[in-house]
Ligand binder design. Structure first.
Ligand code: ADP
Length: 425
């Protein structure tokens, strides 16, 4: 899918570049044309007008006997000699006088309906020379046309310049096209990389999510099947299967809630309700929530405030999301701490930053586990074995909440000694 898109983008980019190049070439061609052929056209037009106004000059051009004294004019004898062809034609195009009969008969001539000056480039097949032809209508005093004056000038050097120009432009164009293709392939590859990465991530997320959802569903189904097929058994046995199913249904609810939160975070749909939040009262509230569970597990759960700072621990944030963050971190600490352990929620201030730490004396993590702890669906082997009912999504959500507040979440841990999660606001 991505290769096809990359090729399409490459071709599109190359076509755009080539079109731009073609446009540029046409413009440059027009300039060169004006500077070469345009120049010739202007001097031929002036020359033709001079010849028409000075009969002696015309005779000279036609190699006919002419008086010695040439009129004072702008057309130089040099110009007259550079004229390959000078001919006079009747109104119906018949040759009346010419300096080179064979050439005059060979050049194309078309009668213009309107009395307009016509220009034409013609290649003489016998010599290979390029001639620029100008046909000027001869108008009498009453404004009627009585014939044509046709001049021809060799423009082979100019044509050579033009040919050279197009040669260079087309060679550069071909090389440019190849370079544009290579550059386009490289650029489109780079442009598509982040899209591809996020697509791969989404695919993996969907696959992992489906896999994680299947496990509780299978457990629920098998326990309910057992309960239904042993309806005649004692109530106690049946109830055990039903309560297994219920526990898994609860896990399923948590999992779908977590998935929904992450899906919304990916779509940037969540809007934070920012207020001034006092962290120590929030910590106390969440600690109260977990203290019965901590008591059952014989774990000490406490809050510690760095009183040196002597300030309130105020942060600008969404109270509900910060509460969710604390729940995730304290819940994890309780899940991964053994009996007689201690969990401390520590608040402190460092320069302009408020720091929230959740520290436990639990099972801890090694370097590899720490590196993956914030990955979606990641659960260390030990965590899986302990059947803590986790989903592997808690820390991804915690990280997202912290980052949404423009803060940073890090972890310090040592296997067997405990872990500390640090949110720096
Ligand atoms: P889970 O639902 O499995 O707890 P989390 O995303 O919250 O998912 O955590 C990912 C993994 O990180 C856990 O499975 C566990 O291996 C490890 N972990 C998280 N918190 C702690 C902790 N306080 N102590 C040790 N390991 C932890």
């Amino acid at each position: 899918m991505f290769t096809k898109t990359r090729i399409k983008l490459t071709v599109l980019l190359a076509v755009i570049l080539i079109l731009l190049y073609a446009l540029l070439s046409l413009m440059a061609g027009e300039v060169v044309n004006t500077l070469t052929i345009g120049q010739v056209d202007r001097s031929m037009r002036t020359g033709a007008m001079e010849l028409l106004h000075h009969e002696n000059l015309l005779k000279l051009a036609l190699n006919q006997p002419q008086p010695d004294n040439l009129p004072d004019n702008r057309i130089s004898p040099h110009m007259i000699h550079s004229l390959f062809l000078v001919d006079i034609r009747s109104n119906n195009g018949q040759l009346l006088a010419e300096n080179d009969k064979a050439l005059a008969q060979a050049v194309p001539f078309s009668l213009s309906k309107e009395n307009q000056i016509q220009f034409l480039t013609w290649r003489d097949p016998s010599s290979g020379n390029h001639l620029r032809l100008i046909t000027v209508p001869i108008i009498n005093g009453n404004g009627g046309r009585i014939g044509f004056l046709q001049l021809g000038m060799d423009i082979s050097p100019q044509v050579q310049v033009l040919q050279k120009f197009w040669q260079v432009f087309s060679t550069v164009g071909v090389i440019g096209f190849v370079v544009a293709l290579l550059a386009g392939y490289y650029v489109s590859g780079r442009a598509l990389r982040p899209i591809k990465n996020s697509w791969v991530q989404q695919q993996r997320f969907v696959a992992d999510a489906s896999h994680e959802l299947r496990t509780p569903l299978t457990i629920i189904q098998s326990n309910l099947d057992l309960a239904l097929s042993h309806a005649e058994d004692t109530k106690v046995e049946v109830l055990e299967w039903v309560s297994n199913a219920k526990a898994e249904a609860r896990r399923l609810t948590r999992l779908t809630d977590d998935l929904l939160t992450l899906a919304r975070s990916d779509g940037n749909e969540t809007v934070l309700e920012i207020t001034e939040v006092e962290l120590s009262s929030l910590v106390m509230e969440v600690n109260d929530l977990f203290s019965p569970l901590a008591e059952v597990k014989q774990i000490q759960l406490m809050m510690e405030k760095d009183t040196k700072s002597g300030v309130d621990f105020m942060v600008k944030g969404d109270r509900a999301r910060l509460r969710q963050l604390l729940i995730i971190l304290i819940d994890n600490a309780l899940k991964y701490t053994l009996e007689d352990g201690v969990i401390k929620v520590i608040l402190s201030q460092q320069r302009h930053h408020t720091i929230l730490k959740v520290q436990d004396t639990g099972i801890g993590m090694d370097q590899k586990e720490m590196a993956h702890a914030f990955d979606r669906f990641y659960r260390a082997d030990l965590a899986r074995k302990r059947e803590t009912g986790g989903t592997g999504l808690g820390l991804s959500i915690a990280k997202w909440i912290v980052e949404m507040h423009g803060a940073k979440l890090t972890v310090q841990s040592e296997k067997g000694l405990g872990s500390t999660f640090i949110a720096t606001f």
